[in-house]
Design a protein around this ligand. Sequence first.
Ligand code: SF4
Length: 400
Amino acid sequence: MKRKQTLQVNVGWVLIWGWAPVVIQSMTNTPTRDVFATTMQIKELVEAGSELVRITVNDDNAARAVPKIVKNLRDIGISVPIVGDFHYNGHLLLNKFPELAESLDKYRINPGNVGKWEKRDDNFRQIIDCAIKYNTPVRIGINGGSLDDDLLSANMDENSQLENPKTAGEVFIDSMVESALLSVEKAIEYGMPENMMTISVKMSDIQDMVKCYTMLSKKTQQPLHLGLTEAGWSAKGITASSIALGLLLQQWIGDTIRVSITPEPDAPRALEVDVCKYILQTMGIRNFQPLITSCPGCGRTSSDKFQILSKQISDEISAKYIEWWDKYEDFTSTNIAVMGCIVNGPGEAKNADIWIFLPGDGEDPVIPVYVRGKPYRNLKWDKVYEEFMEILVDYFEKKI
Ligand code: SF4
């Protein structure tokens, strides 16, 4: 274990710290006041593999809905811890609705959004008092877009007086870290136990975000929640998040992760959970489900059949994720390769447990499947998907 040994923070039954697996979390985008829609989306996120789910608590209606959502989840057997996301009025809502305060497993506080001027400390203290009263951990969630103006201005002024001033970007990063550490210190001063706080310092620029978390990691023992905020749309968001989180995880920084991509309209919300799983699994940090290696196709590819087959296998594995995770011992660690031709396929797929090669342009029209490096069976064109899935299940059941 090379990961930094951060303090253990218990969020419901989930442990976040340096000795536990890196925890995947996600966030809903349904109106929290809509109890049914939010319950269903949390179910979708959990079924995809989310281990914590955060929901916005922005007004009275949302506050009233939270205990109902939590009850619904528990009634259908979902025990995922629920995190309440608060901005501006968190202190009011938590005090006005004790059932809300009690039903949540963690409160997310953004110190830049708890109030202005002299009210800031008092509002922050009220949330910390609730957390202590209900024995609920908090995340001190600093966000580059809402960094405490007073702190940043004071630091910029002080920097400008220096003989060799830092760049504005460097002062900004210093201020993000300082804001996080000051908030933790203040919470401890108000009576919050040290092992009930995680920290995040999210920003949308990858280089700044990596510098910020790297600096913070050297200065605190609190578990770190990693995230590139406002990562962007679709492929850009996935790429940026993967690079940002990957650079930090590679340094063994980070105890829990969330990917904040803008989903395509009507795309499943669970995409952000899938991206988290792929980041951790492709980096060799955690295993979740079989990884499918497939080639991009080229001039040797004779049809789009291998692309369709890759997608069909991937979709079936995702659909059976929970059932097969429980049922098959080797499910999480199996590697599958789907290749578009036989010429380079064996070399490209040599690390897979099960390989299938579709015939490329000019090759014999046979579809060989290899298991653990040895030829196993040739499949028929018209039933290639069905026959391959039978082989895969036989492999999981250790029949082959
Ligand atoms: S495996 Fe064959 S079809 Fe696929 S990219 Fe390589 S050469 Fe092309």
